[in-house]
Design a protein around this ligand. Structure first.
Ligand SMILES: [Zn+2]
Length: 121
């Protein structure tokens, strides 16, 4: 993917991240202090506990979305953005435009949703 293209996805993801973080009363989970050690340095134990909840409590829709957005931002940094997490193929750019935080290509998304439905019972 072209650098400019990647940068525009990153911008959109950061905006989305900000929106979601604001929506639940938190800011700057991604970007400023990504490492656990530096989170410790903030010296706010209550906020730290809350931040942990964010990443591990996945039932809630916006928490889950926030996690997807954070993961997508990390993938931009590591260079794997746009690759399907399941089959490894590139996710169609049209799909990424609609859902820049998509984890799977359209085919795998269907399979994953099918599996989730089956697992849910
Ligand atoms: Zn796939």
């Amino acid at each position: 993917m072209k650098k400019e293209r990647l940068a525009s996805f990153k911008k959109r993801l950061l905006e989305k991240h900000e929106q979601l973080a604001d929506g639940v009363g938190r800011t700057a989970i991604y970007g400023k202090d990504q490492e656990d050690d530096s989170i410790k340095d903030l010296g706010d134990q209550a906020n730290n506990a809350y931040a942990r909840e964010f990443f591990f409590e996945l039932g809630n829709g916006s928490h889950r979305l926030l996690r997807d957005v954070v993961d997508a931002l990390q993938k931009i940094d590591t260079g794997s953005f746009g690759d399907c997490e399941r089959c490894g193929e590139s996710i169609a750019e049209k799909r990424l435009e609609a859902l820049p935080f998509a984890r799977y290509c359209i085919d795998c998304q269907r399979l994953v949703e099918e599996e989730e439905r089956t697992a849910a019972g």
